[in-house]
Design a protein. Structure first.
Length: 368
């Protein structure tokens, strides 16, 4: 007989499998709604069908106009897409109003999104050979659909986490030089994403952001640099393991120090919004906007479209949670909403059935 923990893990695995079964029927490929009860799949459903039950007015909330791209898929499963599937997904993004994509990492740990000669030379056999040049693919698609592309850097997953920030900076300067030389000519190449994610001052992170951001801008005609930190709230792994929640006041104090140290090297911050509870979010977002104004940088928000409240990591978020966060973002004065991330958790092309439903509800809400 299975123990309680064994049964719990088995149920998790079964639920995850159910959520990731590939769809064999026709997927929603745009915001146009299809009638499943009609023989003609091109007959639109009455757009007022849900209005009888709608409690939140249409068009409320900040629209999502950007998404992260995560092909290294460290903590979410790969969908194993090639060019054809990615092309369809960029098309769906564009239809939903997305004008910006952020490749979350150019490389992470042993994995690369393209064959980096720099990393093969300096990291040696530690790095794994990639099967595709996803950086080239994403830039080609961004060019095709007139979408702005931000390129993630190398998160070693080891140097900076073990305190060797100097080595993290040195390898990234070489890595960025290589990317700029090889891919910088693309018309869609709009900026850089500094991929190391923190919630407060961590070792030499201020100096690292400052040096890497300054270097990235110097080699690319001052292209903007973006960071996406997280709020040290009750849903972080650290707090769930016994650490203390960072209050709004302490959050402001911590990030006043960090932003002062990276001024001139970072142009945009987009805090992840999933680590605090929904009733707390607006206060943190408002604090972020005030910090951004103080240091003269753009304040975006990273609206997570996966559900942190589930015991399984990770499934698409419930619509009522997502729209609540978009309303808070609008009320707090965020200038742009990115999501992590469209292709898994909001796309009609996703392996998750729920993602296509979320796409439909989003498009209905914003009259797309």
């Amino acid at each position: 007989m299975k123990s309680f923990e064994e049964r719990r893990q088995f149920l998790k695995q079964m639920a995850l499998a159910a959520g990731t079964i590939p769809l064999t029927g026709a997927l929603l490929s745009s915001c146009e709604r299809k009638n499943p009860n009609d023989g003609d799949r091109n007959t639109p459903i009455d757009s007022t069908a849900d209005d009888k039950y709608r409690l939140i007015p249409k068009m409320s909330g900040l629209p999502i106009t950007g998404t992260f791209l995560d092909e290294i898929t460290w903590d979410i499963p790969s969908q194993n897409w090639g060019y054809e599937k990615w092309d369809a997904d960029f098309k769906s993004m564009k239809r939903m109003g997305i004008d910006t994509v952020v490749m979350i990492r150019g490389a992470f740990g042993r994995y690369m999104t393209f064959r980096s000669e720099v990393l093969m030379k300096h990291e040696g056999n530690y790095m794994y050979e990639p099967a595709f040049d996803f950086l080239q693919m994403f830039l080609d698609l961004s060019d095709k659909y007139d979408i702005k592309f931000y390129c993630g850097i190398f998160d070693t997953g080891r140097y900076w986490l073990s305190g060797d920030f100097k080595k993290e900076v040195e390898i990234n300067k070489l890595f960025l030089d290589e990317i700029q030389q090889k891919y910088g000519h693309h018309k869609s190449f709009h900026g850089w994403y500094l991929s190391q994610e923190v919630s407060r001052r961590t070792g030499g992170i201020i100096e690292s952001f400052a040096e890497i951001g300054k270097h990235a801008k110097s080699i690319s005609e001052n292209k903007p640099c973006l960071i996406s930190p997280y709020i040290h709230g009750l849903k972080t792994d650290q707090v769930m393991s016994g650490d203390q929640v960072t209050t709004v006041e302490q959050h402001i104090k911590d990030w006043t120090e960090i932003l002062a140290g990276i001024k001139g090297s970072v142009d945009i911050m987009a805090f992840q919004d999933g680590q605090v509870d929904y009733h707390e979010l607006k206060d943190y977002l408002t604090a972020n906007r005030e910090l951004a104004q103080k240091f003269d940088i753009d304040c975006w928000t990273n609206v997570e479209s996966f559900d942190r409240d589930m015991p399984i990591r990770f499934l698409p978020i419930r619509w009522d949670k997502l729209i609540k966060k978009l309303i808070h973002s609008q009320e707090a004065g965020m200038s742009k909403a990115l999501t992590f991330e469209f292709s898994h958790f909001m796309s009609p092309n996703s392996a998750y059935l729920q993602a296509g439903h979320l796409y439909k509800l989003y498009c209905e809400h914003f009259n797309l």
